[in-house]
Ligand binder design. Structure first.
Ligand code: DGL
Length: 258
């Protein structure tokens, strides 16, 4: 297997997974692709989204000659992992909400899921909850406005803490909830600000480290030098160039979508 590990998201959220990959696989060559022209994915219609994800990932896998693809997006993974695995010739690792570890950690057996509207409503998510958190009460909170806040945070270094407080306000009525799953890869980028905005202290759980471990197993033997640190974006944006640079991706290229 040669080529970098390619990380895909709608926007900058996959950079939280890049950070975990860089921590756990410091020698790995990474490449990045985001479909920023169509952000946010969490408010889009399913059938359209599957087609779009397949089109973006096909183009990026071809351009990067990657060893494998990490779908660093819960909204995409809970919908399109199966068709992606059928259509792509490289291994695909997905990202789904960390319900299982959260259920393992909760003392009160009341956990929360903070994710996009699409992810909180998906049958895939309901199956995860039934399978791994059957003895827990699970409160699902749609938190789409946090996607734009994370984008702004990475690109411009500023965010609106009022938006974070509003999104987290339902927790004020849920004192027994002790563990919160960050089920969107954008949200770990805001973890510190979220912890400051929450009405009571919580355990925070995301999937970043587990995905990095899985990618290391599945894509063993990838070539650390080939094609590393390249990035592709679907709409040009100077602020996004800067954000990507902070995570080691120097000169994003236009994604050649057919
Ligand atoms: N980062 C993506 C996720 O993990 C979604 C953001 C979006 O709505 O585009 O779900």
């Amino acid at each position: 297997m040669s080529g970098p590990i390619l990380v895909f998201d709608s926007g900058v959220g996959g950079l939280s997974v890049v950070a975990a990959l860089r921590r756990q696989l410091p020698d790995a060559g990474l490449a990045y692709v985001c479909d920023n022209a169509m952000l946010p994915y969490g408010l889009r219609e399913d059938a359209w989204l599957v087609e779009r994800i397949l089109r973006v990932c096909r183009a990026a896998v071809e351009s990067s000659a990657c060893a494998g693809l990490v779908v660093a997006c819960n909204t995409a993974s809970t919908l399109a992992l199966e068709p992606l695995r059928k259509q792509l010739a490289v291994p695909v690792v997905g990202t789904v909400p960390a319900i299982k570890p959260a259920a393992g950690m909760s003392e009160t057996r009341h956990i929360g899921l903070l994710a996009t509207s699409a992810t909180v409503g998906r049958p895939y998510t309901s199956r995860l909850i039934e399978q791994f958190a059957g003895d827990c009460h699970v409160t699902r909170i749609a938190a789409d406005p946090l996607v734009a806040e994370a984008e702004r945070w990475v690109m411009e270094g500023r965010l609106d803490s009022g938006v974070l407080r509003d999104v987290l306000s339902p927790l004020g009525e849920l004192p027994s909830l002790d563990t919160l799953v960050l089920g969107c890869t954008h949200f770990p980028l805001l973890k510190q600000a979220l912890a400051e905005a929450t009405p009571h202290p919580l355990r925070w759980v995301d999937s970043g480290d587990a995905i990095a471990r899985r990618a290391g197993q599945v894509m063993q033997g990838h070539d650390p030098q080939a094609g590393r640190d390249r990035a592709w974006i679907s709409a040009d944006n100077d602020a996004l160039h800067q954000g990507l640079r902070r995570f080691g991706f120097q000169r994003p290229e236009a994604l050649p979508l057919s």
